[in-house]
Design a protein around this ligand. Structure first.
Ligand code: COS
Length: 384
């Protein structure tokens, strides 16, 4: 369900102001300290940001996909670490429950996720299982009324802050989708252990680490939807939505980088005039603007198609592929337009250059998106 237009516009305006006045001035500190100030987390809870996409029946604002991407465009104007604070609750940390949870599981978890009282986290990737998601080796074995989980999940976003994990685990040995089940595992379950925080190239202030399950015992009621074998398809649906969200974030960041580049090049003088007057700089800028506009259009169109209930797997993969690659090119040109200043951490483009590298990798690499785009196109052709 969508919000009413007036409340939505008001929310966008509030977020725009919050990003500009509160978050942008904190960007450098968060990058340097690799730590998110607790006050920011509390403010985001007060603003209701953790529950934007969760249905109103479960305490959220019930944003449509189009509203979500328009909101994310705004969040993209600052470091992605800020969005990540509540990002898993909006997306990959809550959506398995939204798509596949029983009514009881929804009532138990979603209102607390919407308020930010608990943090949800999505545990799919493993040390030896990344792109080939169907090959997860974490096992869940039925034992009386319980399941016992063993295995390691890697690079799990928000794991150090998480209260509950959606864990994809194998309940049957064959390599097929129906061998994977999803379990909702509270972080304080005996046998659940966190690894040390990962040290990353960029996106400082976001937290990731290993999550290790050693004979972690959960009741059968922790099985998502009470049914074995639905985990893989649920994970794919969660990732579809997550990928569109990430594509929107890439567009927002590209727009910020463009603004930074215009501000810099119109001030910076060489050969007696602002460097923005030089056509070679204008060529770089024009490529950035054009590509960011194309990305915005792709994201909005895919979001509208998702809201209509169309089959959008290929369209979303194309948007994630294009926008994550696009923001990489924009960041590279932004550094170039800044010249030497672009390599100095005082200027935001240096930080964004590192931050955006991840978008081509997480929630499915560019190569996986290419594979999905091609598969879906061939399927559509064959189906006429
Ligand atoms: N929505 C719903 N169902 C889907 C789906 C989607 N987006 N994608 C696949 N499925 C279904 C398929 O229809 C198929 O169903 P049947 O068994 O009934 O035919 C089943 O799931 C298996 O799909 P498929 O055969 O396509 O699986 P593959 O092993 O070939 O690979 C890819 C699928 C590569 C697309 C998947 O493993 C993937 O997305 N990998 C990347 C994982 C990733 O993004 N990791 C990032 C970490 S999480 S932050």
């Amino acid at each position: 369900m969508a919000m009413d237009e007036e409340s939505f516009e008001l929310l966008l305006e509030t977020v725009r102001r919050y990003v500009r006045d509160r978050l942008i001035p904190l960007e450098r500190q968060v990058d340097r300290e690799d730590r998110m100030p607790e006050e920011v987390i509390s403010e985001m809870k007060e603003m209701g940001l953790f529950g934007l996409t969760i249905a109103e029946d479960y305490g959220g604002l019930g944003m449509s996909m189009e509203e979500e991407v328009r909101f994310v465009f705004e969040m993209g104007r600052t470091s992605p670490a800020f969005r990540s604070v509540f990002g898993t609750n909006l997306g990959i940390g809550s959506q398995a429950i939204v798509f596949g949870g029983s009514e009881e599981q929804k009532r138990h978890y979603l209102p607390k996720m919407a308020s930010g009282e608990i943090i949800g986290s999505f545990a799919l990737t493993e040390p030896d299982t990344g792109s080939d998601a169907m090959s997860v080796t974490t096992k869940a074995v039925r034992d009386g009324d319980d399941y016992v989980l063993n295995g390691t999940k890697r690079w799990i976003t928000n794991a150090p802050r998480a209260d509950v994990f959606s864990v994809m685990a194998r309940t049957a040995p064959e390599r097929k989708a129906s061998s994977i089940s999803c379990f909702l595992v509270p972080a304080d379950t005996p046998g659940v252990r966190l690894g040390k925080p990962d040290e990353k190239m960029g996106q400082h202030g976001t937290v990731t680490c290993d999550v290790v399950f050693e004979d972690a015992r959960v009741p059968a009621s922790a099985l998502l939807g009470g049914e074995e074998g639905t985990g893989f398809k649920t994970a794919m649906k969660v990732l579809d939505k997550g990928r569109l969200h990430i594509a929107a974030l890439c567009v927002g960041i590209a727009e910020r980088l463009i603004e930074e580049s215009i501000a810099f090049t119109t001030e910076r003088k060489q050969f007696g005039q602002p460097v923005s007057e030089f056509q070679l700089i204008q060529g770089l800028l024009a490529d950035c603007v054009t590509e960011a506009q194309a990305g915005r259009a792709m994201v909005l169109e895919a979001a509208r198609a998702k809201d209509r209930g169309d089959r959008i797997v290929g369209q979303i993969a194309a948007a994630k592929y294009f926008c994550s690659e696009m923001v990489g090119r924009v960041a590279d040109r932004a550094v170039q337009m800044h010249g030497g200043a672009g390599y100095i951490s005082e200027y935001p483009v240096e930080r964004f250059y590192r931050d955006v590298r991840l978008f081509r990798i997480y929630e499915g690499t560019s190569q996986i998106q290419q594979l999905i785009v091609a598969r879906e196109a061939i399927k559509a052709y064959k189906e006429g």
